[in-house]
Design a protein around this ligand. Structure first.
Ligand code: ATP
Length: 199
């Protein structure tokens, strides 16, 4: 099974691109969704997190309080490492299961942390959605109704644009209209179908 990883910085257009792949009939496995599934109510990882961090990270209904957890690990790198050691293998397992269940000629793995988390090991190709920083900021502030400073802080914490591009097999520069993004996805889709057939 050919698996193409799609990544990019905040507001680069990953979702816009993967929505288009999905519309073309390609299964899109979403790493963000997988990371939520593994800490759902009743999952062992949720219990392990509650045992480690205490009741402050659990809501009244028993679900994970993601914001509370994020605040703890943001301020404490050791706790972040503990959490990643627990969750990363489970997320990878969940992603692999979904990839194996995919029926489309090839599969997309969409992940903001594809290159940082080692998830790219599950892919044969990496597609980076690239945009200039000004557009990242403009599109994200419009989408989320937030201010530029918050977006800039996230960009600063993410992998540098040049480092991401250096790891790409394919790049879509998403600095024009959505119609042009769709056309670029359509062209790559044909390419990936061919690659999948040759495998
Ligand atoms: P995040 O990492 O924050 O989840 P993302 O990479 O998935 O972001 P999108 O949500 O797809 O990015 O795009 C960010 C915003 O920019 C969205 O509102 C989207 O509709 C818009 N957008 C994406 N591509 C274009 C484009 N080519 N022209 C205009 N708007 C666009």
């Amino acid at each position: 099974m050919l698996v193409v990883g799609v990544t990019g910085g905040i507001g680069s257009g990953k979702t816009a691109a993967t929505d288009r792949f999905q519309a073309l009939g390609v299964t899109v496995v979403d790493a963000d969704l997988a990371s939520r599934v593994i800490v759902e109510l009743g999952r062992p990882a949720l219990q392990a997190i509650a045992d480690h961090f205490g009741p402050g990270v659990i809501d009244a209904d028993g679900a994970l309080n993601r914001r509370a957890l994020r605040e703890i690990v943001f301020a404490n790198p050791d706790e972040r490492k503990w959490l990643e050691r627990l969750t990363h293998p489970l997320i990878a397992q969940e992603i692999l299961q979904q990839i194996q269940a995919s029926q489309s000629p090839y599969t997309i793995l969409a992940s903001p942390l594809l290159l940082e988390s080692g998830q790219s090991r599950m892919t044969q190709r990496v597609l980076v959605i690239d945009v200039p920083e000004e557009l990242q900021i403009a599109r994200t502030t419009t989408r989320d109704n937030t201010n530029a400073d918050g977006v800039k802080a996230i960009i600063a914490a993410q992998m540098k644009r040049a480092d991401r591009l250096a790891k790409a097999d394919d790049v879509i520069v998403n600095d024009k209209s959505l119609a042009e993004l769709h056309a670029a996805v359509d062209a790559l889709h044909l390419h990936y179908l061919q690659m999948a057939q040759q495998q």
